[in-house]
Design a protein around this ligand. Structure first.
Ligand code: COA
Ligand code: U4Y
Length: 218
């Protein structure tokens, strides 16, 4: 599985893939999970945080989407700031070095145990790889509370930002996760992810700006 980085600068290259991605999100979140507030008549699950500021990590295997993750800068509106502010006791997290993760999914046929690294681990390792690549130091996440032991078990340092609360019948919590080398190495080691997976098609200029070590020295 390769994980494509899609952001405003290279979105046009991925127009077809993104449309399929939003249809898959509709199938998973509206139909399977029953998150009715996300229903739309056009069969795409697109919410108020799917703006040009959003970054998508889309896992593709043999030309098919198998996993996804959305990342939104905390300097823009987020789920935590605008929908679930009650989950953060200390108030809004707004930092240029922190992004909010959301909408993680794996398509049904790729869930559970399979030979090789699990798509669920690969997409999370990819998020950590992306965070390290652009110089982040933290992720915020609003998640169902059952994720907490999973995050810790994959070697991520996750700290609750407040108390768990009921959201549509599910215990839900906001956490802050450190973005650091240990978190990336930890998930790779514990979940058999062999190494970097990100594909940066159409983003060479962006990478050169954000990563001084990639600049060509003349
Ligand atoms: N509630 C509680 N636990 C859950 C869960 C849920 N809705 N979904 C998954 N889990 C836990 C369970 O412990 C499960 O083990 P089980 O099958 O023995 O119950 C374990 O995660 C593994 O989940 P599985 O779906 O088999 O495989 P995965 O680890 O490859 O993928 C997800 C996990 C969450 C990425 C995948 O289930 C998915 O895409 N779900 C739909 C989208 C979604 O709900 N995203 C997260 C929203 S908070
Ligand atoms: C929205 C209103 O999955 N409500 C919304 C909106 C889910 C609840 O949020 C509601 C979502 C995983 C939805 C449901 O009742 C994180 C994760 N988080 C959820 C998400 O949407 O991605 C949000 C909170 S819980 O109806 N809801 N959107 N308006 N716009 C996570 C991410 C990274 C990982 C591990 C897990 O490393």
């Amino acid at each position: 599985m390769q994980v494509h980085v899609i952001r405003r600068e290279n979105r046009a290259l991925y127009a077809g893939l993104l449309d399929t991605y939003f249809r898959i999100r509709h199938q998973i979140y509206v139909v399977e999970r029953g998150w009715k507030e996300l229903e739309r008549p056009d069969g795409r699950e697109i919410d108020q945080f799917d703006t040009d500021d959003a970054v998508y990590l889309i896992g593709v295997d043999r030309d098919e989407i198998v996993a996804g993750m959305r990342m939104v800068p905390t300097t823009s509106p987020t789920l935590l700031s605008d929908v679930f502010p009650q989950l953060s006791i200390a108030g809004r997290v707004r930092r240029s070095d922190a992004y909010e993760l959301s909408r993680i999914f794996v398509v049904p046929r790729k869930r559970g145990e399979h030979g090789g690294p699990r798509a669920e681990a690969v997409i999370q390792a990819a998020a950590m790889e992306y965070g390290l690549s652009i110089g982040l130091s933290a992720f915020t996440i609003v998640l169902e509370t059952w994720w907490l032991p999973r995050l810790l078990d994959q070697g991520w340092k996750a700290r609750p930002l407040g108390l768990a609360q009921d959201v549509n019948g599910f215990s839900t919590t906001a956490v802050m996760v450190d973005v650091d080398d240990d978190a990336w190495l930890g998930i790779c080691d514990r979940r058999s992810v062999p190494g970097p997976t990100l594909q940066w098609q159409g983003l060479d200029a962006v990478r050169r700006q954000s990563l001084p070590e990639f600049q060509v020295v003349t």
